[in-house]
Every structure is written in structure tokens, then in C-alpha cells.
Ligand binder design. Structure first.
Ligand SMILES: C[S@@+](CC[C@H](N)C(=O)[O-])C[C@H]1O[C@@H](n2cnc3c(N)ncnc32)[C@H](O)[C@@H]1O
Length: 315
């Protein structure tokens, strides 16, 4: 137990050191976590997913954990469980340890093989329904929440590069008895195009939510949203279809925004719908999905701002 805590603390400190030492390229690109006085957590989301034993676990500084335990202050993993409590998910799955601490390198050869296109009739009850694809879906609970609320209206496909999370999500989907959602182990950067091109119905919504930032310049090529993926999203979206992107890391949000802003076929939603307004910097004022993602919950708990953009393809 003590050893485990030490490792968690150690990881946390290493993360903080790494992120603090990042060069900040421009003073206007202030990174939200640098503004918070005590070093907030920026750890891979999957670090706080599920343990075999039962609950959602997260890396936390030991002292903070002790303090919170004694004052019964809810921790952000508790808030995640609360936000998804409607799903009634079983956390007692005997899957071994599902704690994954490292970012994967999507450029490594093990992730270079395109995912096989599934038989859509096998994975969805009605494969002609409009499709939402969540790129880098993490544990998948965000998408499960949506799928449960929208049966027979839309299908949901989660693409995730961590096989264990996909395996775990599939068990949850089976538990929930949902027939409009599927998770695929895939490097979305290279597999998205062929997957959606083979889907029989229209592509209605694509989300890229809090993608791994890969801060170092030489690692930017590891970011999931590369030019060919942007092209494949835009080409395959149905007219009126939407792209939703968000991040708690301004640098990352700006990167995604730059890539979609320059697509003529896409218009930002505030120019089309007066109810969807933005702040003075052009970021959406609220989350249009009706549910927050796990990373979003953790980040907001830490006081970070979430930078969101919602684009719509011209009819
Ligand atoms: C920071 S997490 C965010 C997860 C979730 N979208 C959220 O907001 O809570 C980023 C996720 O993207 C996944 N990911 C990173 N690169 C990917 C890629 N090339 N293809 C698919 N998933 C990827 C990671 O494994 C991780 O689960």
C-alpha cells in the first residue's frame, strides 16, 4: 500500500516536472494548469479509469489525498462515478489491473496496422442509422451515456488506441445491453477513413475530446488529429454533420481549432445558431453534449477552463 502510494506520488511529481519544464511558445498561449497555484494533475486520463477491485482510482498527491479523506471532500474520480451513475455500471469486473499510466506512442509499429472494418450488421442492430464517432474515447463511458439516451436514433463508435480500455468498454456495453454502440481498438489517425467509408449510414457527428497533448514539438506528430484525419472527417461528414472538439489545454485546443477553421466547408456553430454563443475568444460558452467527458470532469475539478468548438458542414 505504502509502495503503491509512493509510486503514485512519484508519477505525479514526474508529470508536474515534465509539464512545468515545457517551453511556452507564446505568452498569449497561457497553459491553464500553469496558472493554478499548486501543481494540478495532468496525467493521462486512463490513469484514473478502473481498477480490478472496484472503484475508479486516480493519481493524487499523498498529502492532498489524506486531507480530502479526513474532510470527506469529493475527489474528481468520485465526481466521474457520480456523473455516470445513471449507467449503473458494474465496477467489479475481474479484468486484472486496468491502470495504464503512460501515453502510448501511436507512431510505433504496433499501432501502424489499420483496424479491420467490422461487419456493421454484427455490431449495430441497425447499421443504417446516423453515426457518431468519438476519437480517443478513453473508457467509453461518455459515449455509453449518449448511446443509452438515444436508442434507435443514432449509432456510436468509439475509437481507442489502448486495447485494455476497449476490452473493458465492450464488457460494459454487454452489461448494458446496448445495440447502438461499439468500441474498436484502433489508431484513429490511420483507421478512421476506411472505417467510416465502409459504414452504410451517414456520418453525423465526430468528436475529438481532450486528446493527448504530446507537448514537445518533436512529438506533435504523435497527436491524433493530423491533416489527413481532418480531411477524412470533412470528406465523410454528411451535409449538416458536425465536428466537436475540446481540450483543457489551450495549446491543444488552438491546434485543433486552426485545423478546422481553415476548412471552407465548415462553419462554426455560433454563425448558424444564435443560441450557441461563444466568449470573446470564440470558445463555446457551454458543453453542447449534455454530459462531460472524464477528462473534462477532472480538469474542471482542478479549475481549468475547457476550450470548445463545434463546427457544422454546409448543406
Ligand atoms: C486524454 S484522453 C481523453 C479521453 C476522453 N476523450 C475524455 O475526454 O475523457 C485521450 C485518449 O485518446 C486515446 N488516443 C490517443 N491517441 C490515439 C489514437 N491515435 N487513436 C485512438 N485513440 C487515441 C488515448 O489512449 C486516451 O484514451
Amino acid at each position: 500500500m505504502a509502495c503503491c502510494r509512493f509510486l503514485r506520488l512519484q508519477f505525479y511529481h514526474n508529470s508536474c516536472r515534465a509539464f512545468r519544464s515545457r517551453p511556452s511558445s507564446s505568452s498569449s498561449v497561457a497553459l491553464p494548469f500553469l496558472a493554478v497555484p499548486s501543481c494540478p494533475r495532468y496525467y493521462p486520463l486512463s490513469f484514473c479509469h478502473v481498477s480490478s477491485s472496484s472503484q475508479v482510482v486516480a493519481a493524487e498527491p499523498y498529502e492532498q489525498e489524506q486531507q480530502q479523506e479526513s474532510h470527506h471532500v469529493p475527489r474528481s474520480p468520485d465526481l466521474v462515478a457520480l456523473e455516470y451513475s445513471d449507467l449503473n455500471l458494474s465496477y467489479n469486473l475481474d479484468l486484472g489491473h486496468v491502470r495504464i499510466r503512460q501515453h502510448v506512442n501511436p507512431l510505433s509499429s504496433s499501432f501502424s496496422v489499420p483496424a479491420q472494418v467490422p461487419d456493421w450488421n454484427q455490431v449495430f442492430a441497425d447499421p443504417t442509422l446516423p453515426l457518431m464517432v468519438d476519437i480517443g474515447c478513453g473508457s467509453g463511458r461518455f459515449l455509453m451515456w449518449l448511446a443509452k439516451r438515444n436508442p434507435k436514433v443514432r449509432n456510436y463508435l468509439g475509437l481507442e488506441i489502448r486495447r485494455k480500455l476497449v476490452k473493458h468498454a465492450a464488457i460494459w456495453v454487454k452489461d448494458l445491453g446496448l445495440d447502438n454502440i461499439h468500441f474498436l481498438f484502433a489508431n484513429a489517425t490511420i483507421s478512421f477513413k476506411q472505417l467510416v467509408e465502409a459504414y452504410p449510414g451517414p456520418l453525423q457527428l465526430v468528436s475529438v475530446l481532450c486528446p493527448d497533448p504530446h507537448f514537445k514539438k518533436r512529438h506533435h506528430k504523435r497527436r491524433v488529429l493530423q491533416k489527413p484525419l481532418v480531411g477524412a472527417i470533412v470528406d465523410n461528414l454528411m451535409p449538416g454533420g458536425q465536428v466537436f472538439v475540446q481540450s483543457d489545454v489551450l495549446e491543444m485546443a488552438l491546434d485543433m481549432r486552426d485545423q478546422f477553421d481553415e476548412v471552407d466547408l465548415l462553419k462554426h456553430i455560433d454563425t448558424l445558431n444564435a443560441d450557441m454563443s461563444c466568449d470573446s475568444e470564440g470558445w463555446l460558452l457551454s458543453n453542447p453534449m449534455g454530459i462531460r467527458t472524464e477528462r473534462e470532469i477532472h480538469a474542471e475539478y482542478e479549475g481549468a477552463k475547457i476550450y470548445r468548438r463545434l463546427y457544422q458542414k454546409q448543406e
